[in-house]
Design a protein. Structure first.
Length: 636
C-alpha cells in the first residue's frame, strides 16, 4: 500500500529548481502543487564578478552557500578553482555536476555552523577565502572565518526577486494542499505574509518540511504545528520527511490486522448458525424414537465439535496476537538498531568535538600570547590608520572644494568682464553674453546654495535685454547717403553772371549834343552801375544772392554739418548728434529750395536722427558679482 497516493504537496521553490523534487513526489504517488515565491536572477555585475573570481583562484578556498551560487560561479568562471567547500551534500553534488568534484562539506548538517566545524577550516590563520553566496544571505560564515584569523570576502552572485500571485491563486493553493515543502526562511516568512488570516491558519495546520533546524525553529515561531527537517539536505531527504519509513510500516500494518480479527470473530457466528441448524434438525419430529445409545453418541459429537471450534478460535487469537507481537518486536529491534547507530555517531562526533576543543584551546592560548605581544603594535597601527583616513578625508575635501572654488572663480571672472564691458564700453551685447555664460556654469554645479546668485543673474539679464539699443549702422549709412546727395540739392536762387542796367537798356547812344558835364555825369553813373546793381524784389524777405563761384561754399557747409553729425553718431554723443542734425536742417531750410523732394526727404531723415538716444540708461548688474564673492569668501 502507498500512503503517498493522492497527497497534495505545496512547493515554494523557484520554478527553475523544483523539477527534481516534483518528479520524486510523482514517483511516490503524490501530487506536487508548485507555488514559486522567488525567482533567481543575476545581480547584473558580471564584469566585476568575473574579475573577483579570476583574482581569487590563488586563494586558499571558495565556500558555496547554495546550488544557485555554484551554478552562477560556474557560468562566470570556468576554472581552474582552488579547494572548494559546500554548505551541504546538495551543493557538493551540484559542484560535481558542474565539473568541480571533491567539494568538502559537513556530514552532520547543512548549516553555516556545520560547515565551520569542518576539520579543514580550523587552523586557517592568515588564509584567504571567498564566500560565493546570494544577496541578503547570512553572514555567519564570514564572521566565523574572520574570528579564526582568516580573510573572508563575500561575493553575492545572484539575487532573489519576489514573484507575485493573485489572491485566487493563493487561495486555491492554500485550500488544496495537504503538506508543504519550503526550502528557505525568507520564503516561509513571505508565504505567511501573503496569506490572509483564514488561509494562514489553514496552512499552519498542514505538515511542513524545511531544510534545516534553523528554519524549523522559525517555522515554530510562525505558528506551524507539525514541522520536520531532514538530517541531510537533498531532494530525496525532503521527500522522505513526508513519509518516514517506520511510521509508514506501522500505519500499513494496523489496517491489515483489523480484518484478521474481524474474520476470526466472524467464524463464531457461522458456526453458531450451524449449531442452530443442527438443533433445528434435531427438533424435527423423528420417525422413530432413538435408542439411548444413539442420543449419547450425538451428545458426544456435539461436545467434540464445540471443543474443536473453541480450539480453532483459541489458535486464531493466539496466532493474531503472536503476529502482532512479532511485528512490534521487529519494529522495536529496528528502532533499537537506529538508536544504537545514532548513539555511536553522537559518540564519534563527541570525541571529534573534544579533540577539536582541545586543539582549539591550544590555538586560543597561542593566539592569546601572540595577541598580547602584538597589542601595542596593533594599537599603533590602528592609530596610524585613523590618521591616514583623516588625512585622506581632508585631501578629498580639499580636492572637491578646490574644484568648486575654481569654477566659482571662473564665474566671478565672467561677471567682472560683464560689468567692465557694460560700464566702460556700454557694450550691452557682450555683457549679456558674459552673464549667460556665468549662469550656465552655475547650472552645471547644481548647488542649492548658489540659487541667490542665479536669481540675481536672471534679474540682471532681463534688465539688459530691456535696454533699447539704437541701430548705429543704419543711422551711419543714412548720414553717408545724405552726404552723397548734397550736391544734387537746388539752392534758393542763382546770381546771373552779368547784370545790365535798365537805363542803359532804355537809352541808346549818348547824345552828342549833350554838354560836357552831362557826359561826365553819365560816365560816373556807368562806372557805378558796373560795381553795384540795385533792383526791387516783390518778396517780403529779400534773398541774398551769391555769385556762382561762392555756391560751392554753401554745399560744403552742409556737407560739414552732416559729417559732424556722423562723427557724433559714431562716438555715441547724443547731444552733439542732435545739435548737428538741427543745424544741418536749419542750413537746409535757409539755403536750399524748401519744396524740393530731395530737400524734404533729407529734412525728414535729419528729424528722425534727432530722436535717437545713443546712450540709454544702463541697469546695475553688480548684485550677482557681490553675491558670488560672498559665496567664495564663505568657501574659504
Amino acid at each position: 500500500m502507498n500512503v503517498a497516493s493522492g497527497l497534495r504537496v505545496l512547493i515554494t521553490r523557484p520554478a527553475a529548481q523544483s523539477a527534481g523534487i516534483e518528479d520524486l513526489l510523482r514517483r511516490r504517488g503524490a501530487q506536487p502543487l508548485p507555488l514559486p515565491l522567488f525567482e533567481i536572477q543575476p545581480t547584473g555585475e558580471e564584469a566585476g564578478h568575473r574579475a573577483t573570481l579570476s583574482a581569487a583562484r590563488t586563494w586558499n578556498g571558495w565556500l558555496f552557500t547554495s546550488v544557485n551560487a555554484a551554478r552562477e560561479a560556474a557560468r562566470l568562471d570556468p576554472g581552474p578553482w582552488p579547494p572548494l567547500y559546500a554548505i551541504g551534500q546538495a551543493t557538493a553534488d551540484a559542484l560535481a555536476t558542474l565539473g568541480h568534484p571533491g567539494a568538502r562539506h559537513s556530514r552532520s548538517g547543512s548549516s553555516s555552523e556545520d560547515l565551520l566545524a569542518h576539520a579543514d577550516l580550523q587552523a586557517i590563520q592568515g588564509q584567504r577565502f571567498l564566500i560565493c553566496t546570494g544577496e541578503g544571505g547570512r553572514d555567519a560564515l564570514a564572521t566565523g572565518l574572520r574570528a579564526r584569523g582568516a580573510d573572508a570576502q563575500r561575493l553575492e552572485l545572484y539575487q532573489r526577486v519576489a514573484v507575485d500571485h493573485s489572491p485566487a491563486t493563493l487561495r486555491e493553493a492554500a485550500e488544496s494542499c495537504d503538506a508543504i515543502i519550503c526550502t528557505s526562511g525568507d520564503g516561509l516568512e513571505r508565504l505567511c505574509a501573503m496569506l490572509p488570516d483564514d488561509l494562514r491558519s489553514r496552512v499552519q495546520s498542514c505538515l511542513l518540511v524545511v531544510p534545516s533546524p534553523r528554519v524549523l525553529e522559525l517555522a515554530r515561531r510562525l505558528g506551524f504545528a507539525e514541522v520536520r527537517a531532514p538530517q541531510r539536505t537533498s531532494d530525496e531527504a525532503l521527500v522522505d520527511c513526508l513519509f518516514p519509513p517506520a511510521r509508514t510500516q506501522v500505519e500499513d500494518s494496523a489496517p491489515a490486522s483489523a480484518p484478521t480479527m474481524n474474520s476470526s470473530q466472524q467464524v463464531e457466528p457461522s458456526l453458531e448458525a450451524g449449531d442452530a441448524g443442527a438443533s433445528f434438525a434435531s427438533s424435527a419430529p423423528p420417525a422413530a424414537p432413538p435408542a439411548p445409545s444413539a442420543s449419547r453418541k450425538g451428545g458426544q459429537r456435539r461436545g467434540v465439535l464445540g471443543l474443536v471450534i473453541f480450539l480453532l478460535l483459541a489458535l486464531a487469537l493466539a496466532g493474531g496476537f503472536g503476529w502482532l507481537w512479532w511485528e512490534e518486536r521487529e519494529q522495536l529491534a529496528e528502532q533499537t538498531a537506529l538508536h544504537d547507530a545514532l548513539l555511536q555517531k553522537l559518540e564519534s562526533q563527541l570525541a571529534a568535538l573534544e579533540t577539536a576543543s582541545g586543539e582549539q584551546a591550544m590555538r586560543l592560548a597561542d593566539q592569546s600570547r601572540v595577541s598580547d605581544r602584538n597589542g601595542t603594535d596593533i594599537a599603533a597601527l590602528q592609530s596610524r590608520i585613523e590618521d591616514t583616513l583623516a588625512l585622506m578625508s581632508r585631501i578629498s575635501e580639499d580636492l572637491s572644494g578646490g574644484r568648486t572654488r575654481f569654477q566659482l572663480a571662473s564665474v566671478e571672472h565672467l561677471l567682472m568682464l560683464a560689468n567692465d564691458r557694460l560700464q566702460l564700453e556700454r557694450d550691452v551685447k557682450s555683457a549679456l553674453i558674459a552673464l549667460d555664460g556665468a549662469d550656465a556654469s552655475l547650472a552645471r554645479l547644481s548647488d542649492p546654495q548658489l540659487f541667490p546668485v542665479r536669481e540675481a543673474l536672471a534679474q540682471e539679464r532681463t534688465a539688459l535685454r530691456a535696454v533699447p539699443v539704437p541701430d548705429l549702422a543704419s543711422a551711419a549709412l543714412t548720414l553717408a547717403s545724405l552726404i552723397e546727395r548734397v550736391p544734387s540739392l537746388p539752392l534758393v536762387s542763382h546770381a546771373p553772371a552779368q547784370f545790365e542796367s535798365s537805363g542803359a537798356r532804355a537809352s541808346g547812344a549818348p547824345d552828342s549834343a549833350a554838354s560836357g558835364w552831362r557826359r561826365m555825369l553819365n560816365a560816373v553813373q556807368t562806372a557805378a552801375r558796373s560795381l553795384f546793381t540795385i533792383r526791387r524784389e516783390d518778396n517780403a524777405k529779400a534773398m541774398r544772392l551769391l555769385p556762382p563761384e561762392a555756391e560751392a561754399v554753401v554745399y560744403h557747409v552742409l556737407t560739414l554739418k552732416l559729417e559732424a553729425a556722423r562723427v557724433a553718431l559714431l562716438t555715441s554723443n547724443t547731444v552733439a548728434l542732435r545739435e548737428d542734425a538741427r543745424s544741418a536742417s536749419e542750413w537746409l531750410d535757409s539755403q536750399f529750395k524748401a519744396d524740393d523732394p530731395g530737400a524734404l526727404a533729407m529734412k525728414g531723415e535729419l528729424e528722425r536722427l534727432q530722436s535717437l538716444e545713443l546712450q540709454p540708461p544702463l541697469p546695475d548688474i553688480s548684485r550677482s558679482l557681490t553675491a558670488i564673492r560672498t559665496r567664495l569668501d564663505a568657501a574659504r
